[in-house]
Design a protein. Sequence first.
Length: 561
Amino acid sequence: MSRSPVNRRIRLLLLVLVLAFGGTFLRAAWLQGVRAASLARMADVQHRETLVLPASRGTIYDRTGVQLALGEQATTVYADPRQIRNPRSAALLAGKTLGVDPSKLYGRLADRTKGFVYVARKADPARAALLERRHVAGFGFYPEERRSYPEGSVAAQVLGYAGLDNNGIAGLELSLDRYLRGRPGSETIVKDPFGRAIDVVSERAPREGRDAYLTLDHTIQANVEQVLRQTVADEHAKDATAIVLDPRTGALLAMAVEPGYDANKFPLVPARFQRNRAVTDTYEPGSTFKLITVAGVLSDGLVTPQTAFTLPYSIRVADRVIHDAEQRSTERMTVQQILARSSNVGAITLAEKLGTDRLLAWIGRFGFGKKTGIDFLGESPGLLPSYWSGSSIGNVPIGQGIAVTPVQMAAAYAAIANGGVWVRPHLVDRVAGQPRARVVRRRVVSRAVAAELTTMLKDVVSTGTGTSAQIPGYQVAGKTGTAQKPDGHGGYSTSRYVASFVGFVPASKPRLVVLVAVDEPHRAIWGGSVAAPAFAQIARFCLQYLEILPDGPVFTSPSGG
């Protein structure tokens, strides 16, 4: 047999080997010389990973040290799909262990174009630990913090909410976010081919968030919410709002809105329930606003509490005829009786003595038409008349055609309780490591006028429209309000009202201002019969809880019971 074909095959094989070796050599040279830097960077990326080390969010405490919002330990589970060998079995295992939907997770784990996907954010640490012990290649774990509200519905609209990334998105969580959230750190790790961390290259520690201490008292807050819930149910009302304020300091001990909700379920709650309506929403105040007109005429020296006027049942103002709430004949009433009996005709008569310009000046002096500056985002400045018509002098003095926020009204009455000095209301006592905010004070009326107004407001409760606000053993000063709601067509509804009461106690040395406003009650409409009893319940509890000494007689029923 000829050797030529064999030699030719050998030479062909050698040629192929030489060409293959040469190609390999050239490829190696190109990779080492041209692609070396980029490949090194790629390898470095594949074996190094920088993780964010989240900062612990500061805790929010009430005035007694009870935790209202705090961080709980959680574990976030993530994956590198490029290292997942069997996406389907990995998804089933994670779904069973963590309680996530494996069908949705499978799509993420099977997408090998991505190097990072979440398996579960802020999972239960015990469940995550079970999964970690299975040593599934491609799964990673790092600690995170989950925001929790241990008191549930207590002060939910005030606290707001911190979202999945622990950033404040509503309420005080948002207002105080720059202090509470801290600053995250970072950690760069080196991984083995199976994705397991084998070394820490660099680390920057997080700066933890600062704690915040509120003026709210969770016990008082919870009681106020319970009273409002019962009032809304009894009166078949749309909603209700209440405030408890220390007139000496402006500290808010309670700020409640009902219906409420569990703060832990914030994302599931309709937006209309999330608002802190005590600060963000307005209402026409009705007769509680008469205090401003009376304060103005007293301060300007136009009348004294005993100045008397002959008042008919109705009065014409421009194109409107306004009458008192209850039918009566023409009577002689003092300024003190005008306020105690809540006479519309009397309040308008006093406002006409003041005149438009001075009435507007007194409205502004008490803080209406502008924000109080409370430390809560979204505050409304209220609404003053856009223009002053001939009939405005008949509307505004009786609380129509003007809209206020509950916190504005509470602050105005607190100024009378505080001897004529208005104090800015606030919810935050202090933030750890920060100086306390300066308490803003300004005199609104003289101490003498404040004392006269207090006496008149005491008459409202003892003999006037607010007798349901009486508290045995304590002198109570306050005012009722019953306001028709605008009908949206330039007039007022005949079926929708806001019933309110705002007052302070003990009247001889005020420690508490309490406001209650009930929106659209249906069993009754009057502030004296709807809001005043709720005021009495709230104030009575606070007086006992805070151990405030009595300053007045104990009222008894005619039978002595």
